[in-house]
Design a protein around this ligand. Structure first.
Ligand code: SER
Length: 395
């Protein structure tokens, strides 16, 4: 494997490979989905393209490539392990009713092996094996057999949808062996098989009642998580050890003495906080602003566990500038820093108020629902915070 590929080269190699195959690059949209979309944040590369997967022509044609930043908070508790991040980048390609899934898999394999130098003997694919709604994905199975990549057939793990309704279809995931020695077992049985690329044969639409209709065109939607791919290519066990997090991992440990999991959580959430504010969101008690608020509060809770004098203000300007640059966002970084510091001040005040209120005799015993309601409605103290403060106050 090529250990000198830095993340910028990886992105460039990916985009140019598909441009040579007549794909047009679309601008990676911001984390905020297009108006009218009900979700808070873009969670995958295909998300902003939904109308075009459903048949509306795209102004740039039927073959597209991009790099899309995404935010997912569904795996918040996993952040701190080797692979999970809240903000991540998805390298994506699309055939909007143009070439077949088989083409896409062949090109994907070609890029991994010839473009990125991955040993073909370290690859494994999973393919949808069929269920009561849809038959097995025979075309993908046959393609992998022709290329010579071993295949594992699975069930719902290989059915991709972006939500309960909308475009969906069987997918084929490509895994790379990251263990010592020759590959063993299969992707669903051994976590050392790391998923790098998902190809979705997006040809169905799922209705409110769970039934599947055919979309007007047969699409292919693929996505590779950049950070995970870079970790594999750079031979790193964790996304935090790649060049993408280098400035964070160099700068934060000397500032604050943290265990590894807290260090990773803090770097991930702060980086996400910067990107979210950079995309125009401000902390608030609802919607997007609340997601941001939660990220910042989780950072501060971890940070203050050992030393309450720590502050986001300790962070060097470099980390703000580096993050904004990387995501192609407009500064000034000083403004973003002010937003986060302001949020830190509010949280400090909220905690002080919480401690004062909770030390009243009324709240020393067990709390009922009416207590939680009162604390929330009258003092702005959410349940999680109340529970955390009581644990601190009463041991
Ligand atoms: N939509 C698929 C995914 O997010 C492939 O892009 O994995």
């Amino acid at each position: 494997m090529n250990s000198v590929l830095n993340s910028e080269r990886v992105v460039r190699t990916f985009v140019e490979y598909f441009e040579q195959l007549d794909h047009r690059r679309i601008t990676g949209s911001s984390l905020l989905p297009p108006p009218g979309d009900s979700v808070l944040f873009t969670t995958s590369g295909m998300h902003p393209l939904t109308p075009h997967l459903e048949g509306r022509p795209h102004p740039l044609g039927r073959r597209l490539v991009n790099v899309q930043r995404c935010l997912r908070t569904t795996d918040l508790e996993e952040v701190g392990d080797n692979t999970h991040l809240t903000v991540f980048e998805m390298l994506g390609t699309w055939s909007l009713g143009d070439y077949t899934g088989s083409h896409s898999l062949r090109w994907g394999h070609g890029l991994l092996v010839d473009g990125f130098g991955i040993d073909p003997g370290l690859l494994y694919a999973t393919v949808f094996g069929g269920d009561e709604r849809s038959g097995p994905d025979v075309e993908s199975l046959r393609t992998w057999q022709e290329i010579g990549v071993p295949v594992e057939l699975t069930g719902e793990e290989n059915w991709w949808s972006n939500g309960p309704t909308g475009p969906c279809g069987p997918d084929s995931e490509i895994f790379v062996w990251t263990g010592e020695g020759p590959p063993r077992s299969t992707p669903t049985r051994d976590a050392r098989w790391v998923e790098v690329w998902n190809h979705v044969m997006m040809r169905h639409r799922c209705g409110e009642d769970g039934t599947l209709d055919s979309l007007p065109q047969r699409n292919v939607d693929t996505g590779l998580g950049l950070e995970r791919l870079v970790a594999v290519l750079q031979g790193k066990t964790s996304v935090f050890d790649t060049d993408l997090f280098e400035p964070w991992m160099r700068t934060v440990p000397p500032l604050w003495d943290l265990d590894l999991r807290s260090l990773r959580l803090i770097c991930d959430h702060l980086r996400s906080g910067i990107v979210v504010v950079g995309d125009g969101v401000l902390p608030s008690n609802t919607g997007r602003g609340y997601v941001l608020r939660r990220l910042v509060r989780r950072v501060l809770t971890s940070l203050w566990r050992a030393d309450p004098s720590r502050t986001i203000g300790d962070l060097p300007e470099e980390l703000f500038g580096h993050t904004l640059d990387h995501f192609g966002q407009q500064g000034p970084s000083g403004r973003i820093r002010d937003v986060l510091l302001d949020e830190e001040r509010r949280f400090t005040q909220l905690l002080e108020r919480g401690r004062r209120v909770l030390s009243r005799p009324r709240f020393c015993g067990p709390l009922g629902e009416d207590d939680f309601d009162y604390l929330h409605d009258t003092h702005g103290l959410p349940r999680d915070l109340v529970l955390g403060l009581r644990a601190d106050l009463h041991g």
